[in-house]
Every structure is written in C-alpha cells, then in structure tokens.
Design a protein around this ligand. Structure first.
Ligand SMILES: [Zn+2]
Length: 250
C-alpha cells in the first residue's frame, strides 16, 4: 500500500510531471527474516549460514609456527583466495596475528561461514588444503588443483542439505490434515504446526483461539499446501474455504 510512503513522504515523479506516493509491498525482509534464518539454520556453535547467502562462503586460515612460515603460508592463502575469487567464490583470509588458529575457527564457526580451509606447511608441500564444513563431519585434505570446482560442488551440496534438513524439521513439527482432537492435543503438548481446513468464520476462529490458544499463522499459497487439501473445517466441520496453519504465537 501507500501507508509507509505517506508516513515517510516517499514519492515518485509521474509521467505527466506530478508527484505520487510510491506503492510498496510488505515482505518484511528485515530483522524478522534474519531471525528466521538464525532459528532455522543454527546449532550450539552458532549460525550456519547457507552458502548462497553467506557474506564469506569460505574462510582461509593460514597455519604457521615461525615468522618465515607465516610469510609463506599467508602468501599461499592469498594466492588461493585469488583463485577462488576468480571463480566467483566469496572468500576471506584470516591472517590476523596473535590469535591462535583454534580461536579463529571458533569465531568463524559462530558467524556461520560454510567452509574453512586451513593451509599449513604440510598442506603446501602436499599441494592440498584442509577442508572443514560448518555442518560437521571430518576435516579432509583436498587438492589445490581443481579447488574452486570442488568448493562450488560442496556449496551446492550443503545448500540442498540445509534446505532438506529444514523441511524435514518443519514436517516433523507439523500435522497435516489434522483433526480437532489433534489440534487440541498438540497445543496442550509440544505445540507445532497444525494444517487443517478452515471454514472462514470469525466465530470459529475465535473459539479455536479461546480453547487452544492457537491462531492462524498463515493461509499457505498453493505450493506450500498439503497434497490433499482438506474439504472441511477441522473445528466445525463446515465446508473449508482454505487450508490454514494453526500454531501458538510466542
Ligand atoms: Zn470452522
């Protein structure tokens, strides 16, 4: 609508030279979306940022003991960075002095960087780097040859894995085609998302809220609807006008 535009006097010049308030959508791409990202993709070590969204998709940590080693390893890290950048990968070298590698790992893990490459003297000698994934699993040496292609494939895999895990978690917390009894039981118990038919009546919606504390969170678009959209309201058994998702708001 134009409410926001009126409040903040955001106007545009029309074809005939006049001024009009802009029309804008309300997608709320702001802190709420960031909160959703954090709650969807995180673990006890912090954020796990999906590769496509990550500011840095890869962080490179040079490993060294002496000053001589440091110069060589930072140089190797910078060359690797240039190669990956050229392949369109967002990459950062953490060459900060006076911070132990473990502390750097911990920090970048908390910030959700999907991949970490460790480059030390043994790796350089072997023409490899040590690859660690933010989603877990064992670190493994990967060849410098073809590293960018390998990382792009790894990123695609992680992106899909995170999406599939998030969908599985959502479904595990959802009951589709739920009955009235299931809605009541679920709201008294662990909560979650209840998909069911809705008659569209305010009185029915109010009664559900009063008895279960659940409210309609969304009337899903077709692509998010259940395969078998219920024909009747889960509460009053009147014909359903839409599938609705009920849950408690916190
Ligand atoms: Zn109803």
């Amino acid at each position: 609508g134009q409410n926001f535009a009126r409040a903040f006097e955001v106007t545009f010049q029309t074809a005939d030279g006049g001024l009009e308030f802009v029309w804008n959508t309300s997608w709320g791409v702001s802190t709420r979306l960031v909160g959703g990202l954090i709650m969807t993709h995180s673990d006890d070590n912090g954020l796990i940022c999906p590769p496509r969204l990550a500011q840095y998709q890869v962080v490179i940590v040079p490993i060294y003991k002496t000053d001589d080693e440091r110069a060589t390893m930072v140089d190797a890290a910078q060359r690797t960075r240039a190669t990956l950048l050229a392949a369109g990968i967002r990459v950062h070298v953490d060459a900060r002095e006076g911070i132990k590698p473990g502390a750097k790992y911990y920090e970048w893990e908390g910030r959700g960087v999907p991949f970490r490459l460790e480059i030390g003297p043994r790796d350089v000698a072997a023409g490899t780097a040590m690859l660690a994934r933010r989603t877990g699993g064992k670190k493994e040496p990967v060849p410098m040859d073809g590293l960018a292609e390998r990382l792009i494939a790894e990123m695609n895999r992680m992106q899909i894995e995170l999406l599939e895990n998030a969908r599985a978690r959502r479904e595990a917390a959802s009951i589709r085609g739920a009955t009235k009894a299931q809605l009541i039981q679920q709201m008294e118990g662990t909560g979650g998302f209840i998909y069911g038919g809705f008659c569209g009546e305010r009185a029915c919606e109010a009664e559900i809220k009063e008895q279960t504390k659940a409210t309609i969170r969304v009337l899903p678009d077709p692509e998010f609807c259940s395969p078998n959209v219920p024909a009747r309201c889960l509460w009053c058994d009147m014909p359903s006008i839409a599938e609705a998702v009920w849950a408690k708001a916190y």
